[in-house]
Design a protein around this ligand. Sequence first.
Ligand SMILES: [Cu+2]
Length: 172
Amino acid sequence: MRTVVSWGIVLLFVSVFVQASVASGVAQEQETEDVIITVDSTNLRFSPDTVTVTEGDTVRFFWSGQALPHNAVETNELFDSGDPQRDVDYSFTFEVGMNGTYDFVCEPHAAFGMVGQIIVEPASMNQENTTNDTNVTNSPESDSKMLPSLTIPFTLSAIVFGAYTKKSRFFE
Ligand SMILES: [Cu+2]
């Protein structure tokens, strides 16, 4: 009986540490994030073709062994992956102050609808205020977007905690 209780305490500590490390992992991911855009099985579409990122995030255009050569060029040539190729690994980072909406195309297949859009949200409300002049589109969605990722460690800890309490009850 004592062993069960002390094991319960040990597990409780472990779960707290797991929670803490999961939470810090999520926090780090929110700081910078890589979003990968590839080419889907139709060979004529970006996948995903619309992404929402935050300032500081990197968008990576990545595909290999494609049937057709592709590239990704922003309408105002903010970024350009170069000549269309079957293998592309090109990254572009949206720095603070670059919030807005950016359209890009695959040059050889734009006429077939191989186009995409990147929505870059301000890094924070403070930065939003200081970069108002350069804003193309602004939305207050960035705060609400952070909520789903915060629920992950809570859900995990609830599951872990539930499993532990069930286990100790079972031994008692
Ligand atoms: Cu293409």
